[in-house]
Design a protein around this ligand. Sequence first.
Ligand code: FAD
Ligand code: NAI
Length: 477
Amino acid sequence: MAEGRSFDVVVIGGGPGGYIAAIRAAQLGFATACIDDWTRAGDKPALGGTCTNVGCIPSKALLQSSENYAHADHAFAAHGIAIEGLSIDVAKMLARKDKVVAQNNDGIAYLFKKNRIAFFHGRGAFAGRDADAWRVDVAGPGAATIVGRHVIVATGSAPRALPGVAFDNVRILDNAGALAIAEVPKRLGVVGAGVIGLEMGSVWRRLGAEVTMLEALPAFLGAADEAVAKEALKSFTKQGLAIRLGVRITAVRVGKDDVAVDYTDAAGAAQSATFDRLIVSIGRVPFTTGLGADKVGLALDARGFVEVDADCRTNLANVWAIGDVVRGPMLAHKAEEEGVAVAERIAGQHGHVDFNTVPWVIYTSPEIAWVGKTEQQLKSEGVAYRAGSFPFSANGRARALGDTTGFVKFLADAGTDRILGVHMIGPFVSELIAEGVVAMEFGASSEDIARICHAHPSLSEVTREAALAVDQRTLNL
Ligand code: FAD
Ligand code: NAI
């Protein structure tokens, strides 16, 4: 075991929060170490955390494969392209996904070398404090005791299970299981119609599964703008996702070949359904197992999140925490922002994270994206606003693409015209939302966007037209 290696900054966790924090700390001239325990085949490290291994990246790989299949099945014919004997080789699709993941794992390992970050493969645990530094034990292939003047906790999150229903990743699947189903299930159940449920449900629906989604809340996608949620529900239902709202699960019985779910529906009537597999995607919980938080008195809140202030400082001197293990949205880019900001604060700079401009994207078809306030939030806060929307159906590029679902909506302050929220549903809105984020960061008005030249023909013209719509002067509608 290597003993006594000292660092300015030790990062525990190599997901998007941790690895980005390590890179920024190294850029700022700190001697930096990162500890991560994720392991792939051959006992090799797999840097990148949940996001790279069983989250953002593999889900987007499968969404792309399944969308290609769906296009070949339904959309190509209109272009005069005929395909006979269309089939999907699930093993090959999963192997491609694994390759994409491995490329990302290797890319982060390369970035660590480039930035001279010492990497320790294993589980990091607080061991105590010596003078002005923290001792951290690493258990695993890279076993060592290392010392850090500052420690950044970036240990992420884990899937939340239904009470009494353990994940086995055979019948009851968490996110990792949902990304690795070896053949298209005939009947797929999904508990929780949130972000993971919709993305993973879409993948397997496109490949032919009958998908039933059981959602506890009476409203669909409550965090999204109501108009967007309504349009999304219409589209997903048309695609064959059977979305049941206001459901209460009463029993889950795992059989040898299937899983039966008893529930009450929105009207309170008892229902039962049997599935080949059941994805449980009902949110995630902070992960601090094995971190040694007790040993050093690192404060956790009642829900198990590491307690931090607005600057990601914990209750312990020079111990910081970022990403999914602390309050705020569980998003990779939020974790990254906090990682950068903390490294800069350690360097005495003024790192900042603006929670008002963290974008949300759901990579379904149509895609959904938003930044800032929803119309229902503005109403409940009593803010006077003006709204402007423009549909993709009136856009030449969208027609040429053959994808005219959805719209862009701007919400602007009624007095100052400052943009308060941008909401999108439609083609490539995961990319278009960046304009809304930039606009809000710069404190732009809807008129600013309306006066900016946007390329023709492009989907971004829908953004401009929606900004024009705030002043009721669209040009193409
Ligand atoms: P994590 O990525 O969870 O990384 C934590 C790392 O620390 C892990 O490698 C873990 O093994 C390691 N670790 C934990 N404890 C220790 C320890 N004691 N010692 C050493 N190592 C330890 N977000 C988006 O923004 N966009 C998306 O498209 C998106 N898609 C997602 C799809 C799915 C299916 C899921 C599950 C999540 C998705 N997310 C997405 C959320 C995103 O993955 C998380 O918000 C993000 O990974 C959080 O980053 P993090 O660094 O805080 O934690
Ligand atoms: P989620 O919070 O998005 O959705 C969980 C859903 O489950 C909610 O609609 C909730 O009402 C419902 N639910 C909770 N308990 C239930 C129960 N007992 N029965 C039925 N329904 C129940 O969480 P999800 O989908 O698990 O994803 C976790 C997090 O991962 C997301 O919140 C997001 O932060 C992140 N993520 C982000 C993605 C992206 O940015 N594109 C993609 C996937 C995940």
